[in-house]
Design a protein around this ligand. Structure first.
Ligand code: FPP
Ligand code: MG
Length: 312
């Protein structure tokens, strides 16, 4: 099997049949919903398809294959639940961030309003809990209960720390909570389905991978090319007083920035040296992630996972 991967779509092809199975489980659950508003159900179903990278489920399936685990109905349900939780958090996140665009399309709340979008997010969450409970594994329920605690606390922490730069350590802890926790629950649960084979390596890999992923997302919010604005709005974080790695590097830790204009903060945080410093921070996390899986035997799947780390 060729293991010289260059792009994410090449990597995703390795687990395409599993991703297809997972997508049909998601559609099945959405359309089982007993409401007559077909258009809204179509919209929810579409949410999972158009533009979604399905990165979390792709990682679950790649790791399953890398550790020689059986990919069965429970693995597919786990992956489906993870994608559903991820999308539910994005629906709520766009309401909280007052963000109008998601994956290059009008955000759900801009089309259907906050009320219906909040309920839709909650409803998706309930579908995910159904799927997780169908795995019959109480460790998995525990993993996701902890994950949802962390996700919400990460968002609460972010809400209360607006306008002031956090310390780098606080920023990394928040990134672990709001983003890495779902990657962690995903891979730890995969290990729990295999009687904990490689549990610690997978969970710690997920922690560093998730932190790197969030820092990279934060860097893009400040430095992405204008055409990328069509995918996600730029400078949203700074406009909302949420200060991420580039701002911490530009202004220092624990600084109240209320006397600086948004333009000044954007300008100072977007310079080349600040971007380079942030990329270095991402690289440190990525290298830590890779270090966790040295004990997993080499295979095309492992090479794909290592390449995914480099693509962050
Ligand atoms: C994206 O962050 C948001 C998250 C990673 C987590 C959001 C979590 C919640 C809203 C709370 C939990 C919700 C539920 C339904 C349990 P971002 O704004 O930095 O990323 P973005 O650039 O993609 O918007
Ligand atoms: Mg957001």
């Amino acid at each position: 099997m060729n293991s010289n991967f260059k792009t994410y779509s090449e990597i995703k092809k390795l687990v395409e049949p599993e991703i297809l199975k997972m997508s049909s489980v998601i559609s099945e659950r959405i359309y089982k919903t007993n409401i007559p508003e077909q258009e809204f159900l179509n919209e929810l179903n579409e949410y999972f398809k158009s533009g979604s990278k399905q990165l979390r489920s792709c990682l679950i399936f790649l790791f399953a294959k890398a550790i020689n685990a059986e990919v069965n109905e429970k693995t597919v349900k786990l992956a489906a639940a993870v994608e559903i939780i991820h999308n539910a958090t994005l629906i709520h996140d766009d309401i909280i961030d007052e963000s109008d665009i998601r994956r290059g399309k009008t955000a759900l709340h801009k089309k259907y309003g906050n009320k219906l979008s909040i309920i839709a997010g909650d409803y998706l969450l309930s579908l995910a809990i159904n799927l997780l409970s169908e795995t019959g594994n109480s460790k998995i329920i525990e993993n996701f209960a902890n994950c949802l605690n962390a996700l919400c606390l990460g968002e609460i922490e972010q809400y209360f720390s607006q306008k002031t730069t956090p310390s780098l350590e606080e920023y990394i802890i928040k990134s672990e909570a709001k983003t890495a926790s779902l990657f962690k629950a995903s891979l730890k649960s995969l290990a729990d389905l295999q009687e904990k084979k490689h549990s610690k390596s997978l969970e710690t890999f997920a922690k560093y991978f998730g932190i790197a992923f969030q820092i990279s997302d934060d860097l893009k919010n400040i430095s992405a090319l204008p055409q990328k604005e069509k995918q996600k709005p730029r400078f949203n974080d700074i406009k909302a007083g949420i200060y991420t790695a580039p701002v911490i590097y530009a202004f220092g830790e624990n600084k109240l920035l209320d006397k600086f204009s948004t333009d000044e903060i954007i300008k100072k945080s977007g310079t080349k040296p600040i971007q380079e410093k942030t990329k270095q921070l991402i690289k440190t996390q990525v290298n830590e992630a890779k270090r966790q899986i040295t004990n997993i035997p080499d295979s095309a799947y492992k090479q794909a996972i290592l390449k995914l780390c480099d693509l962050i």
